[in-house]
Design a protein around this ligand. Structure first.
Ligand SMILES: CC(C)(COP(=O)(O)OP(=O)(O)OC[C@H]1O[C@@H](n2cnc3c(N)ncnc32)[C@H](O)[C@@H]1OP(=O)(O)O)[C@@H](O)C(=O)NCCC(=O)NCCS
Length: 167
């Protein structure tokens, strides 16, 4: 699972599945999120990841919980710029969420992760992918709108529920 960015100035980006218990990558990406990005991701103020948070987020099983890591090659090796989560929520349904370190936002990493998450969801025969996005999260809403113009959106208080039918 690998992708080469198309822009001429872009250095190589790859996407790979997180291994079970690989908590350091999750911590690195969390550390690269601003206070606002953390709020947009978790819908509440989250200042640190507890060991329990890290364990839960990294408990991947290849089917009901999958995490993809987007990494860019640098002088010292691969550096994580973002992660995408897929979590089963019901029969044939999975929720996706993406987070990209602030220093790498706006360069296509989020789009790449979302595309890969949907490809994985289709391969696993999920019929519907959903995302819960805060109403003021313009970047995520625009990203979803561009990638999935036929998505169903429902506003529920401060949250937009986005549903994408697959297949
Ligand atoms: C939302 C997020 C994942 C997007 O990732 P990203 O790598 O910055 O986004 P991309 O570079 O792939 O941009 C894709 C599209 O998003 C939109 N976008 C990105 N940054 C934007 C910004 N600052 N303002 C408005 N739209 C923006 C655009 O539509 C862009 O497409 P375009 O350039 O063709 O117009 C990232 O900003 C992030 O991690 N935010 C904090 C956590 C979060 O909100 N997660 C989502 C929880 S559901």
């Amino acid at each position: 699972m690998q992708e080469v960015m198309s822009r001429p100035d872009a250095r190589r980006l790859r996407v790979r599945p997180l291994a079970r218990g690989e908590v350091d990558v999750l911590q690195d990406v969390f550390d690269g999120l601003s206070v606002r990005s953390r709020y947009l991701r978790y819908h509440t103020a989250v200042h640190r990841l507890t060991p329990a948070n890290r364990a839960a987020l990294s408990a991947v099983d290849g089917r009901r919980r999958i995490v993809l890591v987007a990494e860019r090659i640098g002088p010292g090796g691969w550096v994580a710029e973002g992660v995408g989560h897929l979590v089963a929520t019901g029969s044939g349904r999975a929720e996706v969420a993406v987070e990209v370190v602030d220093a790498a936002q706006g360069r296509g990493v989020g789009r790449t992760l979302l595309r890969h998450l949907v490809t994985v969801a289709e391969a696993l025969d999920y019929q519907l992918v959903e995302a819960a996005v805060l109403t003021d999260n313009t970047p995520m809403l625009r990203l979803l709108g561009r990638l999935f113009p036929d998505a169903r959106t429902t506003v529920e208080g401060q949250t937009v529920a986005v549903e994408v039918r697959l297949g």
